[in-house]
Design a protein around this ligand. Structure first.
Ligand SMILES: [Zn+2]
Ligand SMILES: [Zn+2]
Ligand SMILES: [Zn+2]
Length: 112
């Protein structure tokens, strides 16, 4: 029987060990840093397998890797008035929509 290979001994009492992967760190801060970056990836990319700890990282990933632009639905406004002549027209700026809504209301207020 060959002798059991000796494992390098780490003093675990002095280190903070990651529960997820067993990596040891000198300070709690380093360990938390590691856990957050490596294992707390709450933001999943809906285009690929990537996941990120920070939403900002995910957004950057989507922009750079998938050339994704900000979804138009969240940035575009449409006229809420029923009698609008152009109800599907999208306004990318709220002030543009406001100006349109004033015109829209005026147009509707006109006697036919
Ligand atoms: Zn870990
Ligand atoms: Zn991705
Ligand atoms: Zn309108």
């Amino acid at each position: 029987m060959p002798p059991i290979k000796e494992q390098p001994v780490r003093d675990l009492r002095e280190s903070y060990v990651c529960e997820e992967c067993g990596a040891a760190f000198r300070t709690r801060g380093l360990k938390n840093n590691h856990t957050n970056r490596k294992h707390r990836r709450r933001y999943n990319c809906d285009h690929c397998e990537s996941a990120f700890a920070l939403n900002a990282d995910l957004q950057r990933h989507k922009r750079t890797v998938h050339k994704e632009t900000i979804p138009s639905s969240s940035k575009a406004f449409t006229c809420p008035y029923d009698g609008c002549a152009t109800p599907t027209k999208k306004f990318t700026r709220r002030d543009n929509l406001s100006r349109h809504m004033v015109r829209c209301l005026n147009a509707q207020a006109k006697p036919v």
